[in-house]
Write a protein that binds this ligand. Structure first.
Ligand code: FAD
Length: 381
């Protein structure tokens, strides 16, 4: 498993990530899966490692890196260690970029050092019970009260919603000519009166990822907590999507690679009919087919990473790589689980968790159907 990033610095970062994830995270992971959440204090440790703030400018206490390669390496090593860190990826790869791109100097000073250190964990709340794919249908409102806004509404499926200290909330501040006009993004402190969390939703997979309903009842948000300009929320959301979608693709690719590695070991050790599962031609062909697909996914991910770093990854190309790698992940984990027989269906085997975790990647971050509409538009349809 590798990215194109193979400098000495990348190798040193990979080793640091692997040691930390193996020694500090993997031993406690089963306990966290049972609890349905990563303990809040772990994010301070990951902040101390310099991982959370990789993309935060140095003057705000971050790493100031101008490449996504380190985040990619972290995701690969997380998959390879058979763990998952809850809302970490959304915090690092989705939320922090909004602050870096759109925060005023005062907002940046207030939040970026805390987001980099793990003192504050962030979530992004777009989805509502009646507005998922159709973001423009958001019903949460933010009424302009002069020096403040008053927020009312409900969000659902919010990653990291239980652990979050700050939530980027998308709300309607006005209506415009197009349905997507008039949306704005607010930095909402989770201690604000009127803000409450629902239950930690019971999911099929991603068991350590807290995913919550959030409620806003007359939450007073000072006007200086508006991110960027009022009414431009949809445009901001669209501009950050390539990195968000690529990060899902990278994690999916890494999960597929991990499934292949794990299954290759398993079939060599499982004895049946006086031989091993690995000895059957079907097994060899199945895993060879997975290896071929994985190689294609790797090439696509590496190409997209280079394009993102160069600032030229288009929304349509990010959609293509997310579609390809998440669907590849689904096919690979399914074939790999089959080769485990009944053991593959038992959660104590890593392939069972890989299978359950894989299902959602085709749904979140823009469902693959919605992404196909973006690709279709890009080819003139
Ligand atoms: C585990 C998890 C974590 C999540 N984390 C977050 C988060 O942190 N923040 C957040 O805001 N949201 C989050 N979401 C929400 C996620 O982004 C939405 O679930 C997703 O966008 C789909 O919306 P929906 O669930 O309302 O499905 P719907 O929009 O109801 O879609 C139902 C079906 O219709 C299809 N469909 C919809 N529109 C079209 C179309 N135009 N053409 C063809 N088919 C279409 C969809 O592809 C899907 O198959 C998360 C979801 C999950 C499950």
């Amino acid at each position: 498993m590798h990215t194109t990033a193979r400098s000495k610095d990348h190798d040193a970062f990979r080793k640091m990530a692997r040691d930390f994830l193996t020694n500090e995270i993997a031993p406690s992971f089963p306990e966290w899966e049972a609890a349905g959440i990563v303990p809040r204090e772990i994010f301070h440790k990951i902040g101390d490692l310099g991982v959370l703030g990789l993309q935060v400018p140095e003057r705000y206490g971050g790493g100031g890196v101008d490449t996504f390669a380190y985040s990619a390496i972290w995701m690969e090593e997380t998959a390879r260690s058979h763990v998952h860190l809850g809302g970490l990826s959304v915090h690092m790869n989705v939320c922090i970029p909004y602050f870096v791109s759109y925060a005023t100097p005062t907002q940046a000073e207030q939040w970026l050092p805390r987001l980099a250190s793990g003192e504050a964990m962030a979530s992004i709340a777009m989805t509502e019970p009646s507005a998922g794919s159709d973001l423009a249908g958001i019903k949460t409102t933010a009424r302009d009260g002069g020096d403040h806004y008053v927020l009312n509404g409900a969000k659902t499926f919010i990653t990291g919603g239980i652990n979050a200290d700050v939530v980027l909330v998308v709300a309607r501040t006005s209506t415009g000519a197009r349905r997507q006009d008039g949306l704005s993004i607010f930095i909402v402190d989770a201690k604000s009166p009127g803000f409450s969390r629902g239950r930690n939703l019971d999911k099929l997979g991603l068991r350590t990822q807290d995913t919550a309903e959030l409620f806003f009842e007359d939450v007073v948000v000072p006007a200086d907590r508006l991110l960027g300009e009022p009414g431009r929320g949809f445009e901001y959301l669209t501009s950050n999507l390539p990195q968000e979608r690529l990060s899902i693709a990278i994690a999916s690719q890494a999960a597929a690679e991990t499934a292949l590695a794990t299954t290759t070991e398993y079939v060599k050790s499982r004895a049946v009919f006086g031989t091993t599962v690995a000895a059957f031609q079907n097994t060899k062909f199945e895993l060879a087919s997975c290896a071929v697909e994985i190689e294609a996914g790797r090439a696509l991910v590496d190409q997209a990473l280079a394009a993102l770093d160069a600032g030229v990854l288009s929304p349509a190309d990010a959609a293509k790589v997310k579609i390809y790698c998440t669907e590849l992940q689904g096919r690979v984990v399914d074939r790999c689980l089959q080769l485990h027989g009944g053991y593959g269906y038992m959660r104590e085997y890593p392939i069972a968790r890989l299978y359950a975790d894989a299902r959602v990647t085709r749904i979140f971050g823009g469902s693959n159907e919605v992404l196909r509409t973006i690709v279709a538009k890009s080819i003139g349809l």
